[in-house]
Design a protein around this ligand. Structure first.
Ligand code: NAD
Length: 529
């Protein structure tokens, strides 16, 4: 009966919801978030777009839940013009005053923590605690950015010249474009926007075309705060759509930095295009993360970490464990226990919006197709399906968490990232061999070693150790904290977001020399008289 309702759409020019989403109290959070049939995205500081209708599909049911009118590339260009116009006002505010606005955004997000989390579960498909955790991450980075707004500092260096001051000053870049992926539809924008805003940039965001409601609800929260403070909404605009709309940000010279989160394939194209116009690029791309369990590891801890890292978010984190590298002596025991744990996960599958559920659907039909194709290829290449491997017989895009053994670490399928809960089992004799296996992929995002041997720990984090951006010991590959810089090396793109000195990516560095004397000495003692 419920599914019949999905067929009827409540119509309005810019946004349409299925009838049950409007009438069923279960979806009351949509109203709380200010999403109504009249509420499309914020383009160039105004609400409304005129592009084609895109569908939001529930991963849980596989049905269309809403349709949203996307912006056109021309509207994206207008949004850039408006962001550029708003920039001088925003950049002229003292940084702590910008921090105060970001503090208010954090407070509004706190008020909307649960409703926005519910919307993430509905539209992206991750389980509610993870969805709420994702909104919490945005709140945390707002707090971080508020502190940062009083702390990001330049420098003073000793000048070799008499009566000269040699300074380093950081200035905002201007307009920052943020293109994000479907799997973290709130947090990734949060990391970028909170830091970019306190640094003095205006932002245009293009979220994933499959999560438009989340992008709109998040932007509404921000624009409400901006408006309350008399600041134009175009300081943080949203454009909705796919590759053509993203392309408008990528190729426009007025966008000083493109922060791109997504697949390595698209990121490479984006990086090359932005570089060709001498723009700045921050790339957060795919991973192929390994978790190594040494002979001397605490196996119980390693097991718990491996389960979450492999199947959390249904294998759709950039940091998901895709290769489990086990010491030969513990391989059989560990694999046996992992299968038992995966089996227990199967008993906790369901609607990600419900409390007891631990494991939700894949995000889309495309993800489901990629899962099936990978299983087929793995089997054709001699892989053994140790566990799972099938679609689950229920509506939506559910698949079994899957373990595959018997493939070469060099097999093309092991070398690539399939964005699904599939883990390959590899084995090793020495820690050096395990490190080499970890590094034996194009990507370089996250990595973990479970060991109680201090020599191995330091080998792992040293110059000949893991070549990834995230190097963990005795914790899993996924679930990073905001305080550190987040990102990866090699085909993961080299970008860093969130904590540490990642703020520098959103600013330009001016090296300033001030002569406060009456002579004009040249550097290196050169005489030109
Ligand atoms: P995707 O590359 O398909 O899309 C990412 C974004 O790019 C979307 O908004 C999409 O509309 C846009 N896009 C597509 N073509 C474009 C083009 N030609 N020009 C400009 N924009 C374009 O990725 P996805 O499937 O949404 O997300 C999954 C991928 O993202 C995985 O590879 C995952 O590892 C990666 N990811 C990485 C991180 C990280 O921090 N390293 C975080 C989350 C996701």
């Amino acid at each position: 009966m419920l599914h019949l309702f999905f067929k009827k759409l409540i119509k309005s020019p810019n946004m349409q919801f299925t009838r049950n989403l409007v009438t069923d109290p279960k979806y009351g959070f949509l109203k709380q978030l200010g999403l109504s049939t009249e509420n499309p995205g914020l383009y160039d500081g105004r609400w409304g777009g005129t592009g084609k209708l895109i569908e939001s599909i529930s991963p849980t049911s596989g049905q269309v839940i809403a349709k949203v009118r996307e912006s056109t590339p021309e509207e994206a260009a207008n949004a850039i013009s408006e962001a550029q116009k708003a920039w001088p006002q925003w950049a002229s505010l003292p940084a702590p005053a910008r921090g105060e606005i970001v503090r208010q955004i954090g407070d509004e997000l706190r008020k909307n923590l649960k409703p926005l989390g519910q919307l993430v579960s509905l539209e992206m498909g991750k389980i509610l605690p993870e969805s709420i955790g994702e909104v919490q991450e945005y709140i945390d980075i707002c707090d971080y950015a508020v502190g940062l707004s009083r702390m990001f500092a330049g420098g003073i260096f000793p000048s070799e010249r008499k009566d000269h001051a040699l300074l380093e000053k950081w200035n905002p870049l201007g307009v920052v474009g943020v293109i994000s992926a479907f799997n973290f539809p709130v947090a990734v924008y949060g990391w970028n926007s909170a830091i970019a805003m306190v640094c003095g940039n205006t932002i245009i965001w293009k979220g994933a075309p499959s999560t438009p409601l989340i992008s709109i609800a998040t932007t509404k929260i921000i624009s409400g705060v901006l408006e309350k403070n008399g600041i134009p909404g175009s300081v943080a605009s949203l454009i909705t759509g796919g590759a053509d709309v993203g392309e408008a940000l990528v190729s426009d010279k007025r966008v000083s930095l493109v922060s791109f989160t997504g697949s390595t394939k698209v990121g490479k194209e984006v990086g090359l295009k932005v570089q060709s116009r001498f723009g700045k690029c921050l790339l957060e791309l795919g991973g192929n993360n390994a978790l190594i369990v040494a002979q001397d590891a605490n196996l119980e801890m390693a097991m718990r970490a491996a389960v979450f890292s492999c199947v959390g978010t249904t294998g759709q984190r950039c940091t998901t464990t895709r290769r489990l590298i086990l010491h030969k002596s513990i391989k059989t025991e560990f694999l046996g226990k992992l299968k038992t744990a995966f089996k227990s996960i199967l008993g906790r599958i369901g609607d990600p919006m419900e409390d007891s559920v631990l494991y939700g659907p894949l995000h889309s039909q495309q993800a489901l197709d990629a899962f099936k194709k990978t299983i087929k290829t793995a089997e054709e290449n001699g892989g053994t399906i140790e566990f799972g491997g099938k679609q689950i017989d229920r509506p939506g895009f559910y698949v079994e968490p899957t373990i595959i053994s018997g493939l070469s670490p060099d097999a093309a399928i092991v070398q690539q990232e399939t964005f699904a809960p599939i883990v390959y089992i590899l084995e090793f004799d020495s820690v050096e061999e395990a490190i080499a296996l970890n590094n034996n992929v194009e990507q370089g995002l996250s990595s973990s070693l479970f060991t109680n041997n201090i020599q191995n720990m330091f080998k792992w984090i040293g110059p000949l150790g893991s070549d990834c951006g995230i190097v963990n010991v005795n914790i899993g590959t996924s679930g990073a904290e905001i305080g550190g810089a987040f990102g990866g090396e090699k085909a993961t793109g080299g970008g860093r977001e969130s904590g540490s000195d990642s703020w520098k990516q959103y600013m330009r560095r001016s090296t300033v020399t001030i002569n406060h004397g009456t002579d004009l000495p040249l550097a290196q003692g050169i005489k030109f008289e």
